[in-house]
Design a protein around this ligand. Structure first.
Ligand SMILES: NC(=O)c1ccc[n+]([C@@H]2O[C@H](COP(=O)([O-])OP(=O)(O)OC[C@H]3O[C@@H](n4cnc5c(N)ncnc54)[C@H](OP(=O)(O)O)[C@@H]3O)[C@@H](O)[C@H]2O)c1
Length: 254
């Protein structure tokens, strides 16, 4: 299978590394609109910053900023290969100018500097033909044991859910880290708690394992926490909103 990777960011870098280590896949070329981040790829394969220089391939893997996927895809209308994007929130229709189109969405959080276990990544796949879906299943199977056929509608909801369980939770970690820093406490102390919180939901429904002052309706603790938070900052609002959300969810009164 010959693949051309479009993009040189987080996802492009991770998929490039994973596919480079897989048998039966050749990364023929990497395209990016600017040359600055092509240095790493240049050591391993051909690179280009010109769409007109993009070669023929079986699959064009677009790991690009969501907002540009549709416009860039229009430039692939003359290609016979399968054009896929990796976004959780962009519909398959965004590639409507391409004769063969699909989605290859890895449901994981990727940062260039962090290694991930590819074998555990669920790939959410979509294509307009059974043959192309099979090709994508085959591609996902080269690096992971987990592939799901997910429609554009389902993927939007999955992505929304992922923003809650990953992006928002991570921001809450950042707030926790900041509070520790201000109190001169090592954030390290909280790490086993973070791990256990994530581990618990591997076996149980998160709704069933909620703990803390909000679900216990411990008013004095909640008031003490609110007094510790700077009233001019957003953290007080976040604390109040989440406390209220937990109590409403579990049928308690604030
Ligand atoms: N990161 C994740 O955790 C994750 C997980 C699953 C799916 N995804 C999806 O994967 C895709 C890529 O995400 P990412 O995190 O890899 O993003 P990223 O690191 O920001 O990379 C975005 C890529 O798009 C390029 N780009 C930006 N503006 C462009 C333009 N006007 N024309 C052409 N190319 C442009 C960037 O090039 P320059 O940097 O040179 O501007 C870069 O190569 C997105 O669709 C995202 O939703 C991300």
């Amino acid at each position: 299978m010959e693949i051309i990777v479009l993009g040189s960011g987080n996802v492009a870098t991770h998929l490039f590394k994973a596919f480079s280590a897989s048998e039966g896949i050749r990364i023929k070329q990497v395209f990016n609109h600017s040359a600055a981040s092509l240095g790493f790829f240049k050591k391993h394969t051909e690179v280009t910053t010109e769409i007109s220089e993009i070669a023929e391939a079986d699959i064009y893997l677009m790991a690009l900023k969501d907002d540009v996927i549709s416009d860039v895809a229009k430039k692939f209308s003359n290609k016979s290969g399968l054009v896929v994007h990796t976004s959780g929130s962009v519909a398959l229709d965004a590639l409507s100018g391409c004769s063969r189109r699909g989605v290859f969405y890895p449901l994981q959080t990727f940062s260039k500097e962090n290694d991930v276990d590819y074998s555990e990544i669920p790939f959410c796949l979509e294509a307009t033909s059974e043959e192309d879906l099979k090709l994508l299943r085959n591609l996902a199977g080269k690096i992971s044991g987990k592939a799901y056929e997910i429609s554009s509608q389902q993927r939007k909801k999955l992505h929304l859910s992922a923003v809650f369980v990953c992006n928002f939770v991570n921001h809450l970690y950042a707030i926790g880290e900041q509070i520790c820093q201000k109190g001169e406490i090592p954030f390290e102390i909280l790490k086993p708690l973070i791990s256990e919180t994530a581990n618990k939901v591997q076996q149980a429904s998160p709704a069933r394992v909620q703990t803390g002052p909000a679900i216990r309706n411990d008013h004095s603790t909640i008031d003490a926490h609110l007094r510790l938070l700077d009233s001019s900052g957003e953290n007080k609002e976040i604390y109040t909103l989440l406390t209220s959300a937990i109590q409403t969810f579990h049928g308690k009164k604030l």
